[in-house]
Design a protein around this ligand. Structure first.
Ligand code: CTP
Length: 412
């Protein structure tokens, strides 16, 4: 295969079609030849001139244009890779049924290239048994499904259904044909190395929530992005990954075993169940230190006379400290600490104290603030080992930070 791939990007009719422009642009900037096949519905969301300018090629839409060159099959036959982003519920149903009533359907049917789709739709449509069955059918046929992500949808609703960000689609799509995105360091590219093959890694991610009453909880701002990046990177390096997920804002990779947990105590029991078979345990979740002493059966009502509300909290178990105290000598336990200490040397001191108190093998330390650390795509960390030495400092995407952390673990 030549360095330059011929990639067909199918764009279908959802609001996320505007983000397809980012996918096309990233693939073009990677040096590939990109041919857009847009459905009529897609062109209601994003203009043909935009798609042509960004892809640097004419955009095909009509089944009955270019009939003399048998274009309905020629596009698919020439493709090294087909990426459909966004893939609507309707397109997914058509792909599952093998329909060819438009140019995109014909292109897919006429092609033997890997097919990668990035679903985007409302949560109800994603969870509808028809869509669930269609996705299962496509998966069985070897189609790579990227996402959807969990988050804010077009209306006021939120949940699984958001199209995954363009860069992640590009990374996933290129990895199906053994390519990586040049912007990523070599070790960040999926499949670039297999130094964790045969290792079982348990990762906790997200933030626990402690209920106060049926409608309220005490929570934190952790999005789970760093934990999911660790799971993604570990999987790509050959590990078997179990993810204990506490309220993630992002979708974990499909090949990871995911157990959802709500509270700190639920996380503790899930960690107890899963840790015995793990070689490495990475506690990236933000765990609530306290829970309400009493969980009210009914919604707490506002005081009519303006009195203050006092909540009594009791401490949650320290899962990491418990784990570190009872671990087998061959297990590696990694803790995380998100601290608001701004001074770098004071931050390291806080980290050293915490590492000693928790008794884990490593502590990954980062600075957080009102606008730093949470829900962002980038992170800056210092990794300390038992005893307090700095073993690694990293700054960059959460995926590249995850790989630097795994480099240290793999080197043990
Ligand atoms: N952690 C845990 N159980 C808890 C609290 C935290 O396992 N009840 C883990 C986290 O997953 C993280 C590490 O301990 O890996 C550090 O979390 P942090 O909240 O920073 O530690 P605390 O013990 O809460 O320390 P402090 O409140 O003094 O900052």
């Amino acid at each position: 295969m030549s360095t330059r791939l011929t990639i067909v990007v199918g764009v279908t009719g959802g609001i996320a079609a505007y983000k397809a422009v980012g996918v096309i642009r990233a693939l073009v900037l990677e040096g590939h030849s990109v041919h857009v096949v847009a459905t009529d519905a897609a062109l209601r969301f994003v203009g043909k001139p935009t798609l042509e300018a960004i892809s640097r090629n004419p955009v095909a839409t009509d089944l009955y244009e270019g009939v003399a060159e048998v274009r309905h099959v020629a596009i698919g036959q020439s493709a090294d890779l087909i990426v459909i982003a966004p893939a609507t519920a309707n397109t997914i149903a058509k792909l599952a049924a093998g329909l060819a009533d438009d140019l995109l359907g014909n292109t897919v049917l006429a092609s033997t290239a890997p097919l990668v789709i990035a679903p985007a739709m409302h949560t109800e449509m994603w969870r509808n048994p028809a869509t669930v069955a269609n996705i299962a059918t496509l998966r069985k046929r070897g189609v790579t499904i990227v996402g959807p992500a969990v988050g804010q949808l077009t209306g006021a609703d939120s949940g699984p259904g958001r199209m995954v960000e363009p860069q992640a689609i590009v990374v996933a799509a290129l990895s199906t044909v053994g390519r990586r995105v040049s912007e990523l360091p070599v070790s960040d590219a999926p499949g670039a190395r297999q130094d964790l093959e045969g290792r079982r890694i348990l990762i906790t991610a997200g933030g626990t929530r402690e209920p106060l009453d049926p409608v309220r909880f005490l929570g934190n701002r952790s999005s789970g992005r760093q934990g999911v990046a660790l799971a993604t990177a570990a999987l790509a390096r050959g590990a078997t990954v179990t993810l204990l997920a506490a309220h993630l804002d992002v979708e974990p990779p499909t090949d990871v075993e995911v157990h959802e947990v709500g509270t700190a105590r639920e996380l503790e029991s899930a960690v107890k169940d899963a840790s015995a078979s793990a070689d490495v345990i990475i506690m990236a979740a933000a765990v609530a230190d306290y829970r309400p002493l009493e969980v009210r059966e009914k919604k707490i009502k506002k005081s009519k006379s303006g009195e203050r509300l006092v909540l009594e909290l009791e401490q949650n178990p320290d899962i990491l400290a418990g784990l570190a105290a009872s671990k087998r000598p061959d297990q590696i336990v990694v803790g995380f600490a998100a601290e608001t200490e701004a001074d770098p040397s004071a931050l390291i001191e806080v980290g050293r104290e915490k590492l000693a108190r928790k008794g884990c093998d490593y502590l990954v330390l980062n600075h957080v603030g009102w606008s730093e650390g949470f829900a962002t795509e980038r992170n800056e960390v210092v990794m300390l080992r038992s005893g307090g030495d700095i073993v690694m400092e990293a700054f960059g995407s959460k995926l590249s930070v995850a790989n630097r952390i795994l480099d240290i673990i793999a080197s043990r």
